[in-house]
Design a protein around this ligand. Structure first.
Ligand SMILES: [Zn+2]
Length: 272
């Protein structure tokens, strides 16, 4: 998704202050993985009877421990590491509340009764410390997964329903806040992007398209659905996919990828 100016990090900082009240649910003490799914949590390699839609959300080291201090950049939130070297639960909760929670509600509406798992992962050398901020960030992310997924026991390529998203603190290319392989497994999203940036990029992974996005009239203004290619700054986000993209995502979930398979590829083209 192309980027438009927004003070995401400033808002994150504000939210971070208010999010200090509650710990992220389902935190597993002593584990390098922080699971937000609580009681629904399942081991990484175990898929159960129904293969869930699994969202593995990796926080880049520069998100967990920004190299720029707040004094240097007033919009950069700073998360001090805990004694055990893991990020504070408030960082995960802030990101979850801003970028993920509302969107999970929509996914659950679209896929009623289907299991959806979200797992946050941090501090994984080789994966969460890759170079970022350049046009090939997505290709580098895909390559890193190819190299390290087995090392960490990640079910990469085990199911088309497994998605691997790297969150980074700055753009992933010129004026781009996110990139994904259409109907593929990997995406990168920047916290400089709008609140729906993860929903937009994972939408691409699930077969949604820019062409099926729409502008809707609401009671008092207009909003743009999640897959809008270039959001108009003075229009709201609907925080919802269009009906056509909902159908595409439902088809993808139940039937699997169509485009890459038809083209004899593992994943589709790179899209913003
Ligand atoms: Zn897009």
């Amino acid at each position: 998704m192309p980027m438009f100016p927004r003070l995401a990090l400033g808002l994150l900082a504000c939210l971070g202050a208010s999010a200090a009240l509650g710990a992220a649910p389902g935190t597993a003490p002593g584990s390098p993985y922080v699971h937000i799914t609580g009681a629904d949590e399942i081991p990484l390699m175990e898929t159960g009877e129904v293969t869930p839609l699994r969202l593995f959300i990796f926080l880049h080291d520069d998100v967990v421990n920004p190299p720029v201090s707040p004094a240097d950049d007033p919009f950069m939130f700073h998360a001090a590491l805990g004694d055990d070297g893991r990020p504070p639960d408030t960082l995960i909760k802030t990101i979850h509340d801003g970028y993920i929670g509302w969107w999970l509600d929509e996914l659950q509406q679209m896929l009623p009764g289907q299991p959806i798992r979200v797992t946050y992962l941090t501090d994984m050398p080789g994966l969460t410390d890759i170079r970022h901020g350049h046009d090939e960030t997505l290709a580098d992310w895909s390559f890193a997964l190819r190299r390290f997924a087995e090392v960490y026991g990640l079910p990469w390529m085990a199911s088309y329903r497994n998605k691997f998203i790297l969150l980074v603190p700055e753009n992933v290319g010129f004026l781009s806040a996110g990139k994904a392989y259409g109907e593929g497994a990997e995406a990168v999203a920047s916290l400089t992007g709008p609140w729906n940036i993860v929903a937009h990029e994972v939408g691409h992974l699930l077969g949604a398209t820019h062409e099926d996005a729409e502008t809707r009239a609401t009671d008092w203004w207009w909003c743009q659905t999640t897959m809008t290619a270039i959001p108009v700054p003075f229009l709201n986000s609907c925080y919802a996919y269009s009906a056509a993209n909902r159908r595409r995502i439902q088809d993808y979930y139940h039937l699997g990828p169509a485009l890459p398979r038809a083209q004899g590829q593992v994943a589709g083209p790179v899209v913003d």
